[in-house]
Design a protein around this ligand. Structure first.
Ligand SMILES: NC(=O)c1ccc[n+]([C@@H]2O[C@H](COP(=O)([O-])OP(=O)(O)OC[C@H]3O[C@@H](n4cnc5c(N)ncnc54)[C@H](OP(=O)(O)O)[C@@H]3O)[C@@H](O)[C@H]2O)c1
Length: 248
């Protein structure tokens, strides 16, 4: 059977780069995300083939339906889940709302938890599985008006370690990546004019010990490392891939 990976938020940024990295490594890719058009664009470059699973992670019935489609396909063996999808909205303690917290909880925390819960029996039956959660350096050390985002990314880190303890005996590894600042559509500067973007990037670069912000490809390679046999004795790890910013 051909090996497969399921990647959420696969239509853009880190998720799209991760899909291409796994494709280069010989995987069939299940691409999950809200926008079908974005997933279609990524699928065009997945050399080993891809299946589009468009759904909103906030809608459990859509997610259940998409996971059933994976199980119905006997040709591919799902070996890896990358919980990458996420939103990032800034707010201060005073401009915070129930809606901002609920949305961050549902997409950045309950989304990964629900999907993982659905896949655990499948991984257990095969005594094999690797899960990589995409958190953030803000989950380790908050830096600004990002209360909901930072708190839920911290929850994702804690949950990763909890799962690693529980699932190790079943042959399932669970690890976490904490990216620093990476140039993807999640940031408003991504849509700035070239000149304004350079200005913003210059400001962020100055904060990094390595002197620049990261690329989606650099995160994708680290996700692949944690998912693959190259890290076969690693579980519960929290890997910062951040140009050193977590040290500042
Ligand atoms: N870029 C950074 O600096 C940075 C730093 C640390 C951590 N991260 C984390 O990296 C992950 C990927 O973000 P990115 O930087 O690559 O940004 P991005 O390009 O905006 O990717 C986010 C992805 O999440 C998907 N998504 C959002 N809400 C969803 C929902 N309700 N249901 C299904 N999919 C949903 C989006 O799909 P649609 O476009 O189809 O809605 C999008 O493809 C996120 O978890 C983010 O928190 C990023």
């Amino acid at each position: 059977m051909k090996k497969a990976v399921l990647i959420t938020g696969a239509g853009s940024g880190i998720g799209a780069a991760t899909a291409l990295e796994f494709s280069r490594q010989g995987y069939f890719i299940y691409l999950m995300g809200r926008s079908k058009e974005k997933l279609e664009d990524v699928a065009l470059n997945c050399r080993q083939g891809a299946c589009l699973l468009s759904c909103d992670l906030q809608d459990s019935s859509q997610v259940n339906k998409r996971v059933r489609e994976i199980f119905e396909n006997p040709i591919y063996q799902l070996e890896v889940l990358v919980n990458n999808a996420g939103i990032y909205k800034t707010h201060t303690a005073e401009t915070s709302t129930d809606e901002i917290w609920r949305e961050h909880f549902e997409i950045n925390m309950l989304g990964p938890e629900r999907l993982t819960r659905l896949l655990i029996p499948y991984f257990k039956e095969r005594k094999k599985g690797s899960i990589v959660n995409v958190s953030s350096t803000l989950g380790l050390k908050p830096t600004g008006p990002t209360g909901a985002y930072s708190a839920l990314k911290a929850a994702l880190i804690n949950w990763t370690q909890n799962l690693a303890l529980e699932l190790g005996q079943c042959g399932i590894r669970v690890n976490c990546i904490c990216p620093g600042i990476v140039d993807t559509p999640i940031h408003s500067f991504h849509a700035f004019s070239a000149e304004k973007k350079q200005e913003a990037l210059g400001k962020y670069a100055g904060l990094q010990p390595l002197g620049r912000i990261g690329t989606a490809d650099e995160i994708a390679r680290s996700i692949y490392f944690l998912a693959s046999e190259a890290s076969s004795w690693t579980t519960g790890a929290i890997l910062t891939v951040d140009g050193g910013i977590n040290l500042t």
